[in-house]
Ligand binder design. Structure first.
Ligand code: AMP
Ligand code: MG
Length: 352
């Protein structure tokens, strides 16, 4: 079914009218995409099963992949979580509002249609002013996964959302480019030692500084997971963030990486293929062939996070067959960047 998707540019504080309209759509059980500080989310009423179901339909998302519920106030957590462990309260105090999602035992009124059938619920209080305003004006808890078609990179601007979801959702609130550019860190706080299920802007070290030891789910290590490892965040088992092209991450000393990429780009182009190269600002000039995209300087991990998904989307729209990417493991948020990049590559990497 095709619907007319309203796209509205909103700048606070003048955008009240658009916000009221969006809130009304959400209260009636409709779908609104909106910016958060991490990526754009596709929102629906988190306590209404049939509203959440529409999210799965629009995204083509497997129904066992639970949604994150967004709240506007730390106190709302008590409404959604059956219990709030001390360490979770400490993390909420430090990192909310912000790019941290925590997994709790769910309270009775969170429907399983929102949690993918699980007895736990993922909760986050975002810091983006527009997201907070939408939560407050609508007065509901908003369930929102990333606003992309399942299997595509998460959207970092409204145009990405339009590409994927135009005609499938009621409204897109355009609040410009997002600040962070990759999804929130997910921490399971139901365990005595909290476990990171998805790395993000809030790093293990930042969490440990607040609450002591934090573990990493084996499924988020930067190696191809062995078959028997079942990630605890159901979403992490799907091939996420996948570009249409065959993506390979090339790791090693800079000069050898450049030589490898140059040689293979030449080879593939001679075979008639279109080749994309994902490079840092510092090395981009070295690639004399292929379609080179830079996602920022190695000294500025902010731009690398922010531009990663956009660059993958651009390669998609150009229609390249192969992408060679430099490795970004040593930049400040390198762990999160490589987690996303390796997943996009289906763990295809070349050590040179
Ligand atoms: P997205 O908002 O698109 O980044 O997707 C939400 C992510 O949160 C997915 O990877 C889910 O698997 C994960 N998630 C949501 N709820 C839970 C939960 N109750 N337990 C574990 N992971 C969850
Ligand atoms: Mg997602």
């Amino acid at each position: 079914m095709y619907m007319n998707t309203i796209i509205k540019k909103i700048e606070l504080p003048d955008g009240r009218k658009g916000l009221l309209e969006a809130a009304e759509i959400l209260r009636k059980g409709g779908l609104v995409a909106f910016p958060t500080e991490t990526v754009y989310g596709l929102g629906a009423d988190g306590l209404r099963e049939e509203a959440a179901r529409k999210i799965y339909e629009a995204k083509g998302r497997p129904s066992d992949n639970p949604l994150i519920i967004h709240i506007a106030d730390r106190r709302d957590l008590a409404d959604l979580a059956a219990e709030i462990p001390e360490k979770a309260a400490a993390l909420a105090k430090k990192f909310w509002p912000g790019p941290l999602t925590m997994i709790f035992k769910k309270s009775d009124h969170v429907p399983k249609g929102t949690t993918g059938g699980l007895d736990t619920v993922a909760v986050r209080m975002p810091s983006h002013p527009l997201a907070l305003a939408l939560l407050k004006v609508s007065g509901i808890y908003i369930a929102a996964p990333s606003a992309n078609i399942s299997g595509r990179p998460s959207p970092t601007c409204a145009e990405h959302v339009r590409e994927d979801l135009d005609g499938k959702i009621d409204m897109i609130l355009d609040g410009g480019e997002v600040e962070i550019g990759i999804e929130s860190t997910i921490v399971d706080v139901t365990e005595r030692i909290p476990v990171i299920l998805r790395p993000g802007f809030i790093t293990k070290e930042m969490l440990e500084k607040e609450i002591g030891e934090v573990a990493l789910d084996p499924a988020v290590l930067l190696e191809k997971p062995k078959k028997e490892i079942v990630p605890k965040a159901p979403g992490m088992k799907y091939r996420h963030y996948a570009p249409k092209a065959d993506l390979c991450i090339v790791e090693g000393k800079t000069e050898r990486v450049i030589a490898y990429i140059l040689e293979n780009t030449k080879k593939k182009m001679e075979q008639g293929y279109k080749v994309g190269i994902l490079a840092a600002e510092e090395t981009k000039e070295r690639y004399v062939q292929g379609i080179v995209k830079t996602i920022g300087s190695r000294k500025d991990d902010h731009s690398i996070l922010q531009r990663l998904y956009g660059a993958l989307r651009e390669f998609d729209s150009i229609g390249v067959d192969y992408i060679y990417s430099e490795s970004f493991s040593e930049v400040e948020h390198g762990y999160a960047v490589m987690n996303r990049l390796l997943k996009a590559a289906g763990y295809q990497r070349e050590r040179v």
